[in-house]
Design a binder for this molecule. Sequence first.
Ligand SMILES: [Zn+2]
Length: 391
Amino acid sequence: MSHEWLLIALPIIFALGWFAARLDIRHIRNSAAALPQAYLRGLTELLNGNEAKALDAFSDIPQTDNLPPAVQFTVGELSRRRGDYRRALKTHQQLHENEKLSEADRNRALWELAQDCAAMGFADAAEQHARLLAQTPHYRDLVFDFLIKNYQMRRRYNDALNLIKNADEDVRQLQKKTAAHLYCRLALADKTNKVRLLEEALALNPACAHARILLIDCAQNSTPPQPQQVIAYCNAIADDTPEHLWLVADALVTAYQQMEERARGQQELLRLLEDFPTPMLFKTVITLLETESATVAENSAESEALQHTINTVIKTYVVRNGGMQASMYFIERQTNRNSGHDSEPWLAVKQNLLNARGKSFSCDHCFYEMNHFSWQCPCCLNWESFKQRQQ
Ligand SMILES: [Zn+2]
């Protein structure tokens, strides 16, 4: 008697269960029907290398936040790569806020958010997101590099330096070169403490040519100028980083002139070129000799001697090292000697050849190319990554 209610309740429970199952199956069938087509289309496009079409296909999927996290990360990354930063940001924000996701996935979303913000130029927000991951072992090193670059882009060199100073000993050792350049950047903006900051740079990295060159500036501009100090720094550069000698050849010649030892300066310059025959040093030495030649009286014995030196330097360099530029100088001088004057048609040919030759410097890390030298690559922000092309 007490179980009579079951006779009524059981069919109702059964019917409710049946409805629930039907609803569930319909939902699964609907989402399954919506998911695979667009999803598979997206994957196929991705495999074929059509990122834009893949992105379109993924966006056809209703409620992308129902997609597996791996697909959502792909959508976010593709969006950023294609310049659709807002979409990347939105996707990664949804992933980060999704409490059902694992901690690893939410951290990954936060890291991607930092990249999105950096790409959009929101450096403050990028820094905030990245900092939240600074203590997470997997992201520690990545965050460190990210913040160092972030601060440099914002010219917050002191913040970048503090980050290095507070890092572990092994990281500090690895970042010595960068830290020295950061001191150089600070020195350029601080006339009062310039020498002290440059000395700090040299204390960290005794072979830092950037700091030595800036100290050469200080020695040249002090009253009275200190040519002996200039020469000492130039010799130090020749010992440690001869690839940067061409940047100080001018200062070296001037220093010897100030000491009234012009001939010795010239000899010193030629000796350095013989020891370190880089294309840029060659070009600088020839330019300096030609400038000097322009200051002496035409057809004088001194002028003849200088012309002879220039010809010998070019010939020796071409024979030993070749290179398009040196060869061009050589041919040019031969042509000029025959015509007696600069021949304009030849100058046009020379310019065309120079243009065809490509850029003089390229970055070791990202292969960015430039015609002028820079201590830091404007593209990847690595220091001293610009190498002269052999030309
Ligand atoms: Zn680079």
